[in-house]
Write a protein that binds this ligand. Structure first.
Ligand SMILES: Cc1cc2nc3c(=O)[nH]c(=O)nc-3n(C[C@H](O)[C@H](O)[C@H](O)COP(=O)(O)OP(=O)(O)OC[C@H]3O[C@@H](n4cnc5c(N)ncnc54)[C@H](O)[C@@H]3O)c2cc1C
Length: 235
């Protein structure tokens, strides 16, 4: 099968994810195979307009459906995505991308900013479903509680997979937040992942955050080839 074939997929379900993101689940076309962390071009036609964006498959290849999760920006594609209903169709061209969980990479650290969590959710679900022996620590930063996506889901994965740990931090916490605050920087990484040596890093999020994380990792002496990144343009 051509890796970047175009598929028409039908919406099965639309799921709000906190206040600022929405997931849509689609029928998985027969033979559609992909790796955890890959993305596709998603095209929605609405009122005669054709809108296309890169969107990650937030589902895991071990799940029977395809899922994509869009951050709500108020822009036309986001609004069209939010308005999807069961039975609607859209076009997907993919799977594409090399930000995937590799066998033999050893233990991993996932670093996510905001909606950058989507490929990491796919990988974390995949690791739990396939009983991967890889230890994974997820460092997940968002602005506010409302910007956290998949929190319940990540907690469920953590309960299923003793090799998976989650550390959440908010940069602009609202009242009532008793968890960690501040950005993911060198000090945060060193505190949460004391055994950093030999770990592979998977960093996903907006361009400015990925630049800052990669600079911190370089400063800490993590070899460049141990750092994989997915830069979410448009944020
Ligand atoms: C590999 C990859 C995977 C991705 N995966 C995901 C994912 O899983 N989930 C997700 O939500 N996003 C993902 N993205 C980002 C996504 O493709 C979009 O870029 C992002 O969601 C913003 O799209 P939007 O339609 O909401 O905003 P857009 O309308 O595209 O706006 C994006 C930027 O352009 C500016 N802009 C828009 N219109 C104008 C204009 N007329 N004039 C000037 N500036 C303008 C906006 O202010 C904003 O800064 C991914 C990106 C990549 C590259």
């Amino acid at each position: 099968m051509d890796a970047a074939q175009e598929h028409r997929v039908r919406v099965l379900e639309v799921i709000p994810r906190g206040a600022r993101a929405v997931s849509a689940r689609f029928e998985r076309p027969e033979g559609f195979s992909y790796l955890a962390g890959q993305w596709a071009f998603a095209t929605i036609e609405r009122n005669g307009e054709v809108l296309t964006r890169h969107l990650t498959l937030s589902s895991s290849p071990t799940e029977p459906f395809l899922e994509m999760t869009k951050g709500m920006t108020g822009h036309p594609f986001a609004e069209a995505f939010r308005a999807l209903a069961p039975g609607d169709e859209l076009r997907l061209r993919g799977p594409l991308g090399r930000f995937t969980l590799r066998d033999g990479d050893g233990d991993a650290v996932f670093v996510s900013g905001g909606i950058g969590i989507t490929p990491l959710r796919s990988m974390a679900r995949f690791a739990a479903d396939t009983r991967l022996p890889t230890r994974i620590t997820l460092l997940y930063s968002a602005r506010t509680q409302d910007d956290l996506v998949f929190l319940g889901e990540l907690e469920a994965i953590r309960r299923e997979n003793p090799q998976f740990a989650v550390c959440v931090t908010l940069t602009r916490p609202g009242p009532g937040w008793e968890g960690r605050t501040g950005r993911i920087d060198r000090a945060f990484i060193e505190r949460k992942v004391p055994d950093i040596r030999g770990r592979s890093f998977y960093a996903s999020g907006p361009p400015a955050m990925i630049d800052a994380i990669c600079a911190a990792l370089a400063e800490m002496g993590v070899p460049g080839e141990q750092v994989r990144r997915e830069v979410f343009t448009g944020y």
